[in-house]
Every structure is written in structure tokens, then in C-alpha cells.
Design a binder for this molecule. Structure first.
Ligand SMILES: Nc1ncnc2c1ncn2[C@@H]1O[C@H](COP(=O)(O)OP(=O)(O)OP(=O)(O)O)[C@@H](O)[C@H]1O
Length: 308
């Protein structure tokens, strides 16, 4: 097996907890320079995948190679080559921004002579230079995430693992954070990021949709959206909540999701639409308009997990 060209390669990687499968035979290859997004709801197995690939936790079976090293046999080598920002990334709230970065520089044994330039660059790209003397505990949520990222990058890793890095962060800070990630990508870093936000997944070069410990589909966002294979329609209705329940029970309907006063309906075949509209009207629901749409990643995900 050629493990040199892949940044990350997993083969039937499996983790069970007390007989319950958290990660089910993950087989995956991520090339250098990819921005891979692992997407799925809470409990899908994203954190477990991260912990196995970062050699923090041992698999029950299977193996994976990160930067060419086996997670089973060479965990310490892997840790030198990667940056990992976990959900509860350890920032010291009673230390300043600068002191936190220095703490991680010490932890990773970054040579003293290389520090000033690296720290300046990290503070610069994360826009934290004006705040370097501020206590980490006094930073906003978005700034804390950026500081976490700066700390995870202090030893110039080749591969960066980010576990739901923008969870609970406001939309503007999320956008800033992604801008930083694109900058890192341009520098040649491979990024493996997990998220529960499907709109964020659209920003990745490749996405794996995860559900109950399995990756259901893994491809570029555009190809995933093109792969649905079912016609998708958007309906403007009155009482969208009731309309959702009614539409879900109609023949030929694969899945339904609600967006404000609109429904996205995946159909087994286009003809089923007439039946859905007829049924809604019969139940007293006003159907203001309808049109064919391209599915979003969320639509595809829902259609896949609701598969009969
Ligand atoms: N240490 C553990 N002991 C027992 N069960 C665990 C452990 N860690 C995870 N699990 C279980 O494994 C499954 C996958 O959890 P995991 O944390 O990997 O999901 P996730 O997609 O990262 O979700 P979240 O965002 O909530 O962390 C869940 O059913 C969870 O309860």
C-alpha cells in the first residue's frame, strides 16, 4: 500500500464502546492539500474519528496512516506532524493570548530562535496582534477559536485536525475562521475538519456525510448534490409545519424538510408532485407556488438518512 501520497488513509478503522459501534469500518483516503469536511449530526461518530486519526484513542480494529505513520504503531510520530484542535481545546483562561501561544510552543518544543517570527505570523493572520496582552478568558468566542487555531499551528504541522471549530461561534467570526483556513490550504496544509453545519461543509473541497458511524457518501459538494438522483421541488405553503407532516405521508415522497414557509420535497419521480399538491389543498393548505430546485447538501443528507 502506498501511504506516501495520501495525507490520511484509513482502512476498516473501527471503534466500539461496550459493544456499541461508534465508527464502523471507515475506509478513506485524503490527499495532501485537501480540505476534507466530516459532516454529521451529534453522535454520528465525528469526534471518535478525529481521536482515532490523531492517535489519541486506539481503534478496536483496522488501522490508519497519517502523514505516512500508523496510528497503531507510531502514534507519537503522528503527533509531531499534526495540529489538533479538539472541541474542548485547552486554552488557559488566566493566561494572556501571548502566554497561551508560548505555552504551546514549549509543549511542542519549538526552538527559541524560530519563535518570534512564527508567533508574529500566527498573531497576524488570526488578527490577534492587538490583543496579545489580553487574558484568554476575556476574549470573544470567535477570538478564542482563532487563538486555539494559532496554538494548534505553532509547530507548523502538515495536517490540521479541527473538531467542530466553529460550534457556537457567530456567523461573522465563522466566515473569518474559514478565510484563515483557506489561507492555510494555500500554504499546502491538509485540513480535516468536522462540522454539524451543512452550509459550512459546502466550503470544503471534499465532504464525507457521516451517519451512525458510517460515511454514507464522500465526494465534492457539487458532485454530492448532483448525486441525489431524485427530483427536488420547493413548495411555498401556508402552515408549513402541518404541510410538512402531510407531504411526508404522500405516496412517492422520499423526504421533506422545512425552511421557514417553504418545504423542500425529494420525490421518487416528478409525477408524484401533483399528488402532493392535491393532497395539501384537500387538507386546506394553501400552496402559493412551487419550482424545481437543485438540492442543498442538507437535502441530500436528509434524503439519504431517511432512506426507507
Ligand atoms: N468514551 C466513550 N464511551 C462510550 N461511548 C462513547 C464514547 N465516546 C463516544 N461514544 C459514543 O459513540 C458515538 C459517537 O460519538 P462521537 O462523539 O464520536 O460523535 P460526534 O459525531 O462527534 O458527536 P458530538 O458532536 O456530539 O461529539 C455516540 O453514540 C457516543 O455516545
Amino acid at each position: 500500500m502506498d501511504t506516501n501520497t495520501a495525507a490520511i488513509k484509513a482502512e476498516t478503522l473501527t471503534k466500539t464502546f461496550n459493544g456499541n459501534i461508534a465508527l464502523d469500518s471507515l475506509t478513506l483516503e485524503i490527499k495532501k492539500g485537501e480540505l476534507f469536511g466530516l459532516v454529521g449530526p451529534d453522535g454520528a461518530g465525528k469526534t471518535t474519528t478525529m481521536r482515532l486519526l490523531t492517535a489519541i484513542m486506539e481503534p478496536t480494529s483496522g488501522d490508519a496512516w497519517v502523514a505516512g505513520h500508523s496510528v497503531l504503531k507510531e502514534g507519537e510520530r503522528i503527533k509531531e506532524r499534526i495540529g489538533y484542535m479538539s472541541q474542548k481545546f485547552g486554552l488557559y483562561e488566566d493566561l494572556t493570548v501571548m502566554e497561551n501561544i508560548i505555552f504551546y510552543a514549549d509543549l511542542y518544543e519549538v526552538p527559541q530562535k524560530e519563535r518570534p517570527e512564527r508567533i508574529e505570523r500566527l498573531l497576524g493572520f488570526s488578527n490577534l496582534t492587538p490583543f496579545k496582552g489580553r487574558l484568554a478568558g476575556k476574549l470573544s468566542g470567535g477570538m478564542k477559536q482563532k487563538l486555539g487555531l494559532a496554538c494548534a499551528l505553532i509547530h507548523t504541522p502538515e495536517i490540521l485536525f479541527l473538531d467542530e471549530p466553529t460550534n457556537g461561534v457567530d456567523p461573522v467570526s465563522r466566515r473569518d475562521f474559514w478565510r484563515i483556513l483557506y489561507g492555510l490550504l494555500k500554504d499546502g496544509i491538509t485540513i480535516f475538519v468536522s462540522t454539524a453545519y451543512l452550509d459550512e461543509a459546502e466550503r470544503c473541497t471534499r465532504v464525507g456525510l457521516m451517519h451512525r458511524g458510517k460515511i454514507l457518501i464522500d465526494d465534492s459538494p457539487a458532485r454530492i448534490k448532483g448525486s441525489l438522483g431524485f427530483p427536488m421541488v420547493e413548495l411555498w405553503t401556508g402552515d408549513a409545519r402541518t404541510a410538512e407532516d402531510i407531504a411526508r405521508g404522500c405516496p412517492g415522497v422520499r423526504s421533506v424538510s422545512i425552511y421557514g414557509n417553504r418545504l423542500h420535497v425529494a420525490l421518487e419521480r416528478s409525477k408524484a408532485l401533483d399528488g402532493v399538491i392535491g393532497r395539501l389543498q384537500k387538507e386546506g393548505i394553501i400552496v402559493r407556488d412551487h419550482r424545481s430546485i437543485l438540492p442543498s447538501l442538507e437535502d441530500v443528507f436528509i434524503a439519504m438518512v431517511e432512506e426507507p
